[in-house]
Design a protein around this ligand. Structure first.
Ligand SMILES: Cc1cc2nc3c(=O)[nH]c(=O)nc-3n(C[C@H](O)[C@H](O)[C@H](O)COP(=O)(O)OP(=O)(O)OC[C@H]3O[C@@H](n4cnc5c(N)ncnc54)[C@H](O)[C@@H]3O)c2cc1C
Length: 380
């Protein structure tokens, strides 16, 4: 076999991409990964891996990537002066620099050929140009199936733009929801903010919400979803985080000095998630606001399914057009629920009133509480 020809070529080494690669390798496919960033790399994320994500890694035999992860046992939601504490298994906290790097190492150890610091671009069915970002040299790669797992900010399908309606051969483009929020985040020194280990703190404010969690090495991850106009009005991500975190802040200088990163619009979907020799997975296939902290778990489970299917496509026993139905079955109900929660939280006053209702009738918000922990909510 030619060295530049693979059964499955995965673009992006986030949770979706590495889980797709691990599943494809397990199914016997010769697999490659092309990743734009140099690893380890930071990523805007709340860093809370859901129980479903933990289970996905266990099923792939990759859960030792979570060896030092912090078990999460409580979520605190604050809005308009009300606070609800919700106890239950919320999975684990782990930094994205460590998690993604460990999963990529796993994939390499199991036989994946991987390039980092290399930008991939899909040029034709089964054809990818990979450009080394530092040196500018290019490789022309071929694969039976290309799995696009390049996230919200991915560029591998950029050349293809928006899918014209009714063009079955077209490569997928984005549909972005009106009024979509953006994400921003940073990892802060451990003494910058108040944040108890093992507890997720979520604060709902006018224009968005912000979450805090303590990572295994003691640093604190901050991630927010925000109305872009509000972020601009408050003077950028650092100023916005400082204002929103308010009484959690211990060292404002550390917040101002942190390396803040932003994301493009969060709520979006692909017009299509398949094409000739092409499957799209993870955030690259669509995303909703992240309040319930399930994106990585979704990405891992969808990645697992995509990798296994891609191996079968490469072996000639399945087709890429089986992917939309498979993905819909995996993801659509969760995304609708998550979108509904995100819309309900758009009003901090409503959220505060709902949290106060916990005190009067804990069963009132039972379904909501179940979604962010076991329904044993208490209101402070
Ligand atoms: C504010 C915020 C908070 C969040 N909090 C949580 C949380 O607490 N828990 C949770 O589970 N999820 C959370 N999420 C969601 C989670 O971060 C994503 O759902 C998850 O990272 C999706 O994984 P992915 O593999 O699809 O994409 P990504 O993790 O984005 O990985 C995509 C990879 O593709 C690479 N790439 C892009 N373009 C190219 C290219 N052309 N060529 C090669 N490589 C390329 C990128 O460098 C990147 O490494 C949050 C998201 C946001 C924005």
């Amino acid at each position: 076999m030619n060295d530049d020809r693979f059964d499955v070529l995965v673009i992006g080494a986030g949770p979706a991409g590495t889980c797709a690669a691990l599943a494809a390798i397990a199914a016997g496919a010769r697999t490659a990964i092309v990743e734009r960033a140099d690893f380890p790399r930071a990523k805007v994320c709340g860093c809370c891996l859901s129980p479903a994500g933990v289970a996905a890694l266990r099923a792939l035999g990759a859960d030792d990537a979570l060896r030092d992860a912090v078990p999460l046992r409580e979520v605190t939601v604050e809005a308009s002066g009300a606070i609800a504490r919700i106890e239950g298994d919320r999975g684990v906290a782990i930094g994205r620099d460590a998690l993604d790097d460990r999963l990529l190492r796993h994939a390499r150890a199991r036989g994946a050929v991987a390039w980092t610091g290399t930008t991939a671009s899909v040029t034709a069915p089964g054809s990818v140009t990979a450009t080394d970002r530092a040196g500018g040299s290019t490789l022309e790669l071929r694969a039976g199936v290309v799995v696009v797992a390049d996230g919200l900010g991915g560029s591998s399908l950029a050349a293809h733009g928006t899918t014209p309606a009714g063009a079955p051969e077209a490569v997928p483009g984005w549909r972005i929801a009106r009024g979509s929020r953006m994400g921003f985040g940073a990892v802060l020194p451990g003494d910058a903010v108040r944040c108890a280990p093992g507890c997720i703190t979520m604060k709902v404010v006018r224009g968005g919400y912000v979450g805090l969690v303590r990572l295994p090495d003691g640093r604190v991850d901050v991630a927010a979803a925000a109305d872009p106009k509000m972020v601009r009005r408050l003077g950028g991500p650092a100023a916005c985080a400082e204002a929103w975190l308010a009484d959690h802040v211990l060292r404002a200088d550390a917040i101002r000095d942190a390396a803040w990163r932003g994301t493009p619009a969060l709520t979006r979907r692909r017009a299509r998630v398949d094409g000739p020799g092409l499957m799209v997975v993870g955030d690259a296939s669509g995303y909703v606001e992240p309040f319930t902290g399930e994106g990585m778990g979704w990405a891992m489970n969808a990645g697992r399914a995509a990798g296994a299917l891609a191996a079968r496509v490469a072996q000639g026993s399945a087709r890429t057009d089986d992917w939309p139905r498979a993905l819909h079955a995996l993801a659509s109900r969760d995304r609708i629920r998550c979108r509904a929660i995100a819309l309900a939280l758009r009003s901090p006053a409503f959220t505060g009133a709902a949290l106060r209702a916990f005190a009067l009738a804990p069963s009132f918000l039972d379904a909501f509480a179940r979604r962010i922990g076991k329904p044993t909510a208490r209101t402070a």
